[in-house]
Design a protein around this ligand. Sequence first.
Ligand SMILES: [Zn+2]
Length: 587
Amino acid sequence: MDAVSEIKQKLDIVDVVSKYVSLKKAGKNYKGVCPFHSENTPSFMVSPELQMFKCFGCGESGDMFSFIQKIEGVEFMSALETLAEKAGVKVEKTVLDPDSQLKKQLFYINDLAVKFYHLLLTQHEMGKPGMEYLKKKRGLTDETIKKFMLGYAPDSSIVITPFLIKRGLNKDDLVAAGVSTKKSAYDYIDKFRGRVLFPLIGIDGRTLGFTGRTIFDRDPKYLNTNETLIFKKSSFLYGLDKAKLAIKKEGAVFVEGQMDVISAHQAGIENVIASSGTSLTTEQLKVLSRYTKDITFCFDSDTAGIAAVFRAVELAENMDFNVRAAVIPEGFKDIDEVIRKGVSVAREMLEKSIPAYDFILLSVIKRYNKTSPEGKKKIMDELVPWFSKINNKVLIDHYSKEIAKELDLSTETVISMLAHPDTYQDQSVPDVQDSVFMSKQSLESYIISLLLKADLDTFKEYAYKLKPEDFKNETLKAIFTAILQHRKVSKDFVPGQFSESLEASQKEVFSDLYMWDHSELLNDQPYFVRELSAMINRVRKAGIAREMVYLTEQIKLAEKEKADKQLAKLTKEFEKLKDERALLEKA
Ligand SMILES: [Zn+2]
């Protein structure tokens, strides 16, 4: 048996977590105040059956190893060491970090590469095209170029690779570091060609990789170092090494690209960072939360930019960030352009940033004609999913009035639309896998989580009122179907065993659902049953509505084709659904 399984067998996650979090029993799980985000009501769950933890506030989850990694801020190997000691399991020293030698080498190679490319850019004839681009086109100063250690990779495939090989470095290490590419067994070439290079520098000042921007209009416009042993895209924030002090004082400003970061710093706006080549991730926000809880997004005002703000708002709000957005004035593409107009204009733009929800409201309304009925409908279609997620009553009140005013609707209408997003909307629910936080908001996942807490009799009485087709989300549909099957054949529900029958992608969703805390509901059994029944009715009603729409189409078709037999059959089905719906309405 390997060390990890041996440790898992000897230790219980409940004991491991209890050293840091005071846990209380909640049904079959344990519950406590999350150590990873600030909260008053506990939403941090630990399951002894699944040997997993999950926070329903911030989305953190994992096993005992990831718990130690996160709470101690250490790498996996160090967590392994800690837990091995606790469990009395011996782990060979060499096993502890087999990668440490290679990592050191990769840092070394990247460090050489930064110096090499910077020297080429600033001192060498070959660097001239790069220098011209950065200075003339981008308006950067020598000082800025040095501060960010910008470089230039000439338009040839054999510049840095032969240089580093001559210095005695191993070819495959060059590939592992991300500076070279292996073309064939003997042929190793430069990864970056004809590009100005932005070194990706970690918080500790070490270079992890590069972003290269073409100066010859080639695809891709930006080329990034792939993930390596030392470069993890999902947790990297460009510019944080230089911005961290300013961010502690003034909060962080998120911009879209490296160039925006650099030109902001050059203009003396130093609390600026970018997530390079990815949309914002939870990991990045976690890193950032060590420095601030205030972020302002300043993205391109095109639709992609707005979508990025939307996504960021969803993630950031769940982690207790205070999120604002700076609106780039008409006629400008990004903060870089604004800065070139004048630093004071840029500063003013940042100072006039507005709360994220105002930004969403503003940008959605701008896209449609708010005076026409269709325009109003489209605007509400887009606004409801966002604003229905707000929990704070004061905010709900504020924005309901605001939306009502803008669209000339009654406040009651808006409030009721926001209160019942899923009955109002018929778009498919976003896939739970997209976001751990969705699970809390989607009615379909809520129902499954309730069914998982129900005893066999309650389960039998209610679960079969739903059809798998009532679930719009494919993952949830599959899990629901599997639960029905499982409960048919086995009296006891053993989550660990059941989980084995699921596909990998479903497993994670299942364990989230299983750990969802309903202990308060369960204290009042009649109330629990009422809640379950009401929720099932709602989803079934929505399912019926969809079936009826489908049948109506079929009926129209049958009428047109004069398929009488078919028509009779369809009409009967339709009537049946109508009766079922009437029954549900009475319930
Ligand atoms: Zn949390």
